[in-house]
Design a binder for this molecule. Structure first.
Ligand code: ADP
Ligand code: MG
Length: 690
């Protein structure tokens, strides 16, 4: 379905109402699954909390091809959950059957389990929900002139009658767990349960920009989004423009996988060889597609609650993909931080087994490592292409929709005690998690010796030429302070690619380079900037097997503890490949004969002890690649120019240009931001000129 030159299938997400046509074809009459199919379905508890009821009912509405879904709750869903949709509705007989266990219209036989295209397939949600609540179903299919009303309490049918109803389905669930006090006791507070529901509806709304979603809690409207053409517009509707600015859009990325040809017996292979080739003879392939948004490295979260992964329209949690996302940010973000991500992965239904977990939130991929690498590489590539700039003083703004502010996700249960999640992604960049480097000169506010570099504010901002005199309402602002024509304000510079064009003006405290460019003011941390430059340089040299080295006049002899001795033995090859020449020298001592260029000989012992410490804490569990990167990061950090160091203009220019030439000028290898941007627009706003 996804293969070949089918351009429709390759259209970016958004307008393509993917689920609707596909599901409509699938929805036939409801049947009870035969035992052999039912037994193969991952069994377990469906209804854990109000949010799980909302999830099941919402998925049913989407499966029914609804274009508008309204969710009403009261008391965090304990007292009332009502879902109103304009989907295909149910025939009377089907409506009755739907409350039997394993009654579904979405699955026929065991074979169908391998390629599930709907969100539901187990036929268990409605009976499960009906058995622990007072449920009212009102539904009418377009094929019938009257609708059906069914009332069930605690699993007992109280009423089934004909009713005059509009098309679509309304399911009202009251008093959840009224007959299971043990379960009721385990519910969290109403705001917590509500937050779970809000998060769920919000994220399904993100996955379906072409549909209308409305969520109300009592009289309060928490989310209301109307159909839009693109995912970007939906993100804007839900989170607002400020959050959108923090994100990098993936666009649509694809990667094709060639499947190994099926093994055929020799005789058939010969016949096959002699056969005339036909159009169907292309090697079998699978196409994987990724779209969505993820945050620039400076948006750092303390937990994974802001990572949302949809696989074929289904919200899932998956360790493999979480790992892929983290590795994309490796050496761009501290290891203990997480980004915001909203990812949509699409693939053939046969590539993913959704029948793994009763609540269908876990999946198993047939080609997991391929998908892992695809996701990791795509995010990394997009980060390197877009080089997102870090803006000054992110203002904490309210998201566009109140629901987006509610902090919990369906998946946060396990995490919420450990670390409370942040309320929105617009938060001040986290303090660098890396421990302060004791060897960096202390940051002091001492007066500089000699003539201090002056910041020249008298010159007009670069390349901003006054436009024609403003007309109409603008002229009212013309006053003695001068006018700044709005159309002369450059579009905010979102990418660090401009770094090479910046003009350095001076340093703040001999530590931060102040520079101006096409759009506004930039401040660059000289130490981390140089660290990033050296890090990439050493990594590249290392990959080519040619790290620049300097020979020591006298070998440096280092004493090791027994533990360090063991660590040394494990990483000796790595050390030598990274530009050190070391060898054992008697009992628990090593001799260092050469070291990477740039490193000061006086610091060699410190850096080697530091690397041994990295080895100690990281070798267990960390991959060789990570160890390698961390050794290079250590070398870069030690060799980089320090803060509190005076730089002349030529040096600053060199630094900015070299930084611009790196793959990832956003963060240092330990995840600290390198450059901050103060756009012309923000400057003008600050001075009340716009
Ligand atoms: P499943 O979704 O796994 O099939 P459910 O118990 O959730 O099982 O639903 C049973 C059946 O009821 C579905 O297969 C579908 O045919 C029908 N159904 C449920 N909700 C709706 C709805 N909102 N609109 C139309 N049909 C529905
Ligand atoms: Mg269902």
């Amino acid at each position: 379905m996804l293969r070949g030159g089918n351009h429709e299938a390759r259209q970016p997400r958004g307008k393509a109402a993917r689920h609707q046509p596909r599901y409509h074809n699938l929805l036939g009459r409801i049947r009870i699954l035969p035992d052999q199919v039912a037994n193969k379905i991952a069994a377990g508890e469906v209804v854990e909390r109000p949010a799980s009821v909302v999830k099941e009912l919402l998925e049913n509405s989407l499966d029914a091809g609804a274009t508008t879904v309204r969710v009403e709750v009261e008391s965090g869903g304990r007292r009332l959950i009502r879902i109103v949709d304009d989907g295909c509705g149910m025939l009377r007989d089907d409506a009755l059957l739907a409350f039997e266990r394993h009654a579904t219209s979405k699955l026929r036989d065991v074979k169908d389990l391998l390629s599930i295209a709907t969100l539901g397939f187990r036929g268990e949600a409605l009976p499960s929900i009906a058995s622990v609540s007072r449920l009212l179903l009102e539904t009418r299919s377009a094929e019938e002139t009257t609708g059906t009303r069914i009332e069930i309490a605690g699993g007992k049918m109280l009423r089934c009658e004909e009713a005059a109803l509009g098309g679509g389905t309304v399911i009202t669930v009251r008093d959840l767990f009224y007959n299971v006090p043990a379960r009721r006791k385990f519910l969290r507070t109403e705001p917590t349960e509500l937050a779970h529901i809000a998060s769920l509806v919000t994220h399904y709304s993100l996955a379906h920009p072409e549909k209308t979603f409305l969520l109300t809690s009592g009289p309060t409207e928490l989310l209301h989004v109307t159909p839009v053409g693109t995912m970007k517009e939906r993100v804007y509707q839900v989170f607002g423009s400020q959050v959108l600015d923090e994100l990098v859009e993936i666009g649509l990325r694809e990667r094709e996988m060639f499947l190994p040809p099926p093994s055929v017996p020799a005789s058939e292979a010969i016949a096959e060889y002699r056969r005339e080739p036909t159009a169907d003879d292309d090697p079998p392939t699978r196409l994987f597609r990724l779209s969505g948004f993820f945050s620039r490295p400076q948006v750092q979260k303390g937990n994974r609650n802001s990572i949302y992964i949809f696989v074929n329209g289904r919200l899932i949690r998956d360790r493999l993909l979480l790992h892929a996302i983290s590795s994309a940010y490796h050496n761009l973000m501290p290891a203990s931080s997480y980004p915001f991500a909203l990812l949509f992965l699409e693939c053939d239904a046969e590539e993913v087994d959704v029948n793994v977990h009763p609540s269908k939130t876990e999946v198993r991929f047939r080609h997991g490592s391929f998908i892992h690498d695809f996701v990791r590489d795509t995010l990394r590539e997009r980060l390197m292409e877009s080089r997102p700039a870090n803006v000054f003083s992110p203002r904490t703004v309210e998201p566009a929709q109140p629901a987006a502010r509610l902090p919990f996700s369906e998946f946060s249960q396990m995490l919420e005690e450990v670390a409370p999640s942040a309320p929105s992604i617009v938060e001040p960049p986290a303090q660098p998690a890396a421990p302060a480097d004791p060897d960096l000169p202390a940051f002091t506010l001492r007066p500089t010796a000699g003539p201090a570099p002056r910041l020249d504010f008298s010159a007009p901002p670069l390349e901003i030429t006054p436009g024609p005199p403003p007309s109409g309402k603008l002229s009212r602002r013309l006053d003695a302070h001068g006018e700044f024509p709005p159309d002369a304000i450059p579009a905010p510079e979102m990418s660090l690619s401009v770094l090479s064009e910046l003009r350095p003006l001076g340093q703040i405290h001999e530590s931060f380079i102040v520079a101006v460019g096409r759009d506004g003011l930039w401040i660059v941390d000289q130490h981390v900037a140089h660290e990033r430059i050296l890090f990439e340089q050493v990594m590249k040299q290392r990959a080519a097997g040619r790290v620049e080295m300097q020979r020591l006049l006298m070998p440096l002899i280092l004493q090791l503890t027994p533990e360090q001795q063991i660590d040394y033995a494990r990483i000796a090859d790595e050390l030598n490949a990274s530009g050190f020449e070391t060898e054992p020298f008697g009992n628990r001592t090593i001799a260092v004969k050469a070291a990477p260029a740039h490193l000061s000989a006086a610091e060699l012992d410190k850096i080697l002890y530091e690397i041994l410490e990295i080895a100690e804490t990281e070798l267990r569990g960390a991959s060789l690649d990570e160890l390698r990167r961390n050794i290079c990061a250590s070398i870069a950090c030690r060799a980089a120019i320090k803060i509190n160091m005076r730089l002349d203009t030529a040096k600053m220019e060199w630094l900015l240009r070299a930084l611009a030439a790196t793959d990832c000028p956003m963060s240092c290898p330990h995840g600290r931001p390198i450059a901050m941007h103060y756009s012309t627009r923000d400057i003008l706003k600050g001075f009340h000129r716009i």
